[in-house]
Write a protein that binds this ligand. Structure first.
Ligand code: COA
Ligand code: AMP
Length: 632
C-alpha cells in the first residue's frame, strides 16, 4: 500500500490502524482496546494487554524454527574481533542472565542500570531485564561519574550491570573506577553489580557487592518470560533537557513493540532474515530502538559495531561492514558521514566494497546537510533518506517510508509525517501558521504508541516540558515549516539543547558546571556551527571581581571540569573570558545573538538590548579565537 493510502487509513481510524499493527506481535493477552485516554492529556496504548518484550525479540523466533539464524553480529575493529550469536544462543544467554538477576532478587518493576560499551552482552542485559519485567536504564559510556550518579539517584536501581572497560581508538576507558566513583557519590546504593570483565582491563571487584558476569550465572535456573501489562515501562532513557537534571524518558512496553515492528517493514523495508545495521551506540535512543529492539522483534540480524566511522582503521570501515555482513538497510548520523567525507572526499574507499545488498542509507540525529547527502548518494549510488525523531518518540516522526514505496526526496527535508503523527506548525500564540512559514513543530495529541507517556519520577516536568505551552499538543522543541507538498523541514531547536555529533546535550547543564568554578561570576554556553560535528559548545565566562589569575589557566580548568562533571561526550574544548554578557534590559542573556556573531551570520541588533556596545566587545573577543560576525 502506498504512503498516502496508509496515512489516510491511519487518519480515518487511528485505533483500528494500531490494533491491526498489533497483530504482528505475540501477546499473552492481546489488546482489545488500543487507546486509553482516561488520564488525558496523558494517553496510554494497549493498557489492557499482557505481553513480554524479550519473548517478541528472541523466543518467538526460536519457536518459529529460526533458532539457527544469526541474531547479533559483533564487529569490533577496536579489539580486532568478530562474533556471531544465533537466536537460540541469544535465548539461552538471556534466560540465564535473567535467571541470575532473579536469583539475586530483581523483580518486576525493579530498575537495573546498564553501563556498557558496544558488546553483545549489553543487548543481552537489556533483554534479560525485559524478560523478567525489570526496567533497564542504559547510560552512555562517554558520560562522567557525576552524570552516572545523577541517574542512579533518579531511577534508584537495585542492580547495575557494567563492563570493565570501553575501547576508544586512542585509549581504553576503564568503566569500573567511574562506576565505583558514581556509586560513592550517589545517595542511592545498588544492592549489587554484575561486571563483565573484558580482556583489555581487569576491573577490581568489591567483595559482596560486585559479581563477575560468568560467576553470577553459574548454577542458576534460566528465567522464563514474565507477562507485563501493556503500559509497563520497558526502560528509562535519560536525555538532555534545558537544565542540568536529565529527563528520564519512559518507554511503554506494548506500544514500543507494536510501533517498532511496524517501522521495520514500512520505513526500512526489512523483515525476517535481513541484516539491519544502525551505527549508533546502545546508550542512545537509536541504539535502544534500532540496534536492540526493532531488528530483533522483526527477526532480522542486527550488528553491534564497536568502532568509529574513521580511524578504525580507515574511512572504508562502514562500507566494509555493509559489504561483509550483507547489510540491507543502514542507519547512521550525518556527522559520521561527514567524518568519512573529510577523510575520503573523493569517495575512493566506497568503490572498494560492492555493497550489493544495500538498498538505502537512513540518516537521523541532527540536521542532514545537503552536501553530505549528495556526497553519500554520489559515491555509494544508493538513495539516502533523512528522517527525524527524538528520544521521546523512540522512532521516526517524519521519514521517507521505503517499505511503502519511497517518495521523491527533497534534500533538506526528512520528508513526510509517519502515521500516528498529526504534525502542525504553530506560532508563539499557539495559532496554526500557513505552509512555508516557520514556527514551533507540535504533534496533536495523542502521540502514537511507543512514545513517552511521562518522565520517570517527574510527571509535572513532563507536563511543563511538553504539554503546557500548547494545550492539546506535544511540543517537540524543534522549529521548522511544512511546504506545499506536506514535506517537513527541521530548522532549529527552540530550547537550549544543542546537538554535537548527533548527541543531544544541554547548554544549561554545561552552564551549571562553569558556574561552579570558584572564579566564575557569570557564564553562558552556546552551540556554534561545526563542520564535522554539526554544533560545538563554546563557553563565555565573566570572572569574579579581583581575580587576577591568567585566563588561559582558568579556561583549562573549566575544560577539565566539564570533562569530569559531564564527560568527554560534551566535547567542551573552547571558552572565552569576557567582561560582561550581552543581555536584554530585563536581564535575559542574548544567546542567539552570540551564536550568530560566532558563526559569522548577519544578525539584527535587538531593540531590547541593554547596551549595544557590548556586541563590539564580544566581536573582538571572538576574533581573538578566529571567530566573529557582522551586523545586518
Ligand atoms: N566511552 C568513553 N568515551 C567516549 C565514548 C564512550 N562510549 N564515546 C565517545 N567518547 C569520547 C571520545 O573518546 C572523545 O574523547 P576525547 O575528547 O578525549 O577525544 C569524546 O568522547 C568525543 O567523542 P566523539 O563524539 O566520538 O568525537 P570524535 O572526535 O572522537 O569522533 C566522530 C568524531 C564524528 C567520528 C564521532 O563523533 C562519531 O562517530 N559520531 C557519530 C555519532 C553517532 O552515531 N551518533 C548517533 C546518535 S543517534
Ligand atoms: P535525540 O533525542 O538525542 O535523538 O535528539 C533529538 C533531536 O535531534 C531532535 O529534536 C532534533 O532537534 C534533532 N534531530 C534528530 N533528527 C533530526 C533530523 N533528521 N533533522 C534535523 N534534526 C534532527
Amino acid at each position: 500500500m502506498s504512503y498516502q493510502k496508509v496515512f489516510t487509513k491511519w487518519q480515518t481510524n487511528p485505533e483500528q490502524f494500531w490494533l491491526e499493527a498489533a497483530q504482528d506481535i505475540d501477546w499473552v493477552k492481546a489488546p482489545v482496546k488500543a487507546l486509553n485516554g482516561k488520564n488525558a492529556p496523558v494517553y496510554e496504548w494497549f493498557t489492557d494487554s499482557l505481553v513480554n518484550g524479550c519473548y517478541n525479540a528472541v523466543d518467538r523466533h526460536v519457536v518459529a524454527g529460526r533458532g539457527d539464524q544469526v541474531a547479533i553480529i559483533h564487529d569490533s575493529p577496536v579489539t580486532g574481533t568478530k562474533r556471531a550469536i544465533t537466536y537460540s544462543e541469544l535465548q539461552e544467554n538471556v534466560a540465564r542472565l535473567a535467571g541470575a538477576l532473579s536469583a539475586k532478587g530483581v523483580k518486576l518493576g525493579d530498575r537495573v542500570i546498564i553501563y556498557m560499551p558496544m558488546v553483545p552482552e549489553a543487548l543481552e542485559a537489556m533483554l534479560a531485564c525485559a524478560r523478567i519485567g525489570a526496567i533497564h536504564s542504559v547510560i552512555f559510556g562517554g558520560f562522567a561519574a557525576a552524570e552516572l550518579a545523577v541517574r542512579i539517584n533518579d531511577c534508584t536501581p537495585k542492580a547495575i550491570i557494567a563492563a570493565s572497560c570501553g575501547i576508544e581508538p586512542a585509549r581504553v576507558v576503564a568503566y569500573k573506577p567511574l562506576l565505583d566513583n558514581a556509586i560513592e557519590m550517589a545517595e542511592h546504593k545498588p544492592e549489587f553489580c554484575i561486571i563483565l570483565q573484558r580482556p583489555q582491563t581487569d576491573a577490581p571487584m568489591i567483595p559482596g557487592r560486585d559479581f563477575g558476569w560468568v560467576e553470577v550465572q553459574k548454577n542458576v535456573a534460566p528465567a522464563d518470560c514474565v507477562a507485563v501489562l501493556g503500559n509497563h515501562p520497558a526502560y528509562i532513557l535519560y536525555t538532555s533537557g534545558t537544565t542540568g537534571a536529565p529527563k528520564g524518558v519512559v518507554r511503554p512496553t506494548a506500544g514500543h513493540l507494536v510501533a517498532l515492528n511496524w517501522t521495520m517493514r514500512a520505513i526500512y523495508n526489512v523483515g525476517v532474515g535481513d541484516v539491519f545495521w544502525a551505527a549508533s551506540d546502545v546508550g542512545w535512543v537509536v541504539g535502544h530502538s534500532y540496534i536492540c529492539y526493532a531488528p530483533l522483534i522483526a527477526g532480522c540480524t542486527t550488528i553491534i559495531y564497536e568502532g568509529k566511522p574513521v580511524g578504525t582503521p580507515d574511512a572504508a570501515a562502514f562500507w566494509r561492514v555493509i559489504d561483509e555482513h550483507k547489510v540491507r538497510s543502514f542507519f547512521t548520523a550525518p556527522t559520521a558521514l561527514r567524518a568519512i567525507k573529510r577523510d575520503d572526499p573523493q569517495g575512493l574507499s566506497v568503490g572498494r566494497h560492492a555493497m550489493d545488498n544495500l538498498q538505502a542509507i537512513f540518516l537521523a540525529g541532527e540536521r542532514a546537510d545537503p552536501d553530505t547527502i549528495e556526497w553519500a548518494q554520489r559515491h555509494t549510488g544508493k538513495p539516502v533518506f533523512d528522517h527525524w525523531w527524538q528520544t521521546e518518540t523512540g522512532y521516526a516522526i517524519a521519514a521517507n517510508p521505503l517499505g511503502l514505496g519511497a517518495l521523491p526526496v527533497k534534500i533538506g527535508s526528512p520528508s513526510v509525517p509517519m502515521p500516528g503523527y498529526d504534525l502542525q506548525i504553530l506560532d508563539e500564540g499557539g495559532h496554526p501558521v500557513g505552509t512555508n512559514i516557520l514556527g514551533a513543530i507540535v504533534v496533536k495529541l495523542p502521540l502514537p504508541p511507543g512514545c513517552l507517556p511521562t518522565l520517570w519520577n517527574a510527571p509535572d516536568r513532563f507536563h511543563k516540558s511538553y504539554l503546557a505551552h500548547f494545550p492539546g499538543y506535544y511540543e517537540t522543541g524543534d522549529a521548522g515549516f511544512i511546504d506545499d507538498d506536506g514535506y517537513i523541514y527541521i530548522m532549529a531547536r527552540t530550547d537550549d539543547v544543542i546537538n554535537v555529533a548527533g548527541h543531544r546535550l544541554s547548554t544549561g547543564a554545561m552552564e551549571e558546571v562553569l558556574a561552579a568554578h570558584p572564579d566564575v561570576a557569570e557564564c553562558a554556553v552556546v552551540g556554534i556551527s561545526d563542520t564535522l560535528k554539526g554544533q560545538s559548545p563554546l563557553g563565555f565566562i565573566c570572572l569574579n571581581k579581583g581575580v587576577t589569575r591568567p585566563h588561559a589557566a582558568i579556561i583549562a580548568e573549566c575544560v577539565s571540569l566539564m570533562r569530569e562533571k559531564i564527560g568527554p561526550v560534551a566535547d567542551f574544548k573552547r571558552a572565552l573570558v569576557i567582561d560582561r554578557l550581552p543581555k536584554t534590559r530585563s536581564g535575559k542573556i542574548l544567546r542567539a545573538i552570540m551564536v550568530k556573531l560566532a558563526d559569522q551570520q548577519p544578525y539584527k541588533e535587538p531593540a531590547t538590548i541593554d547596551d549595544p556596545a557590548i556586541l563590539d566587545e564580544l566581536r573582538e573577543a571572538l576574533q581573538s579565537i578566529g571567530l566573529a560576525g557582522k551586523a545586518l
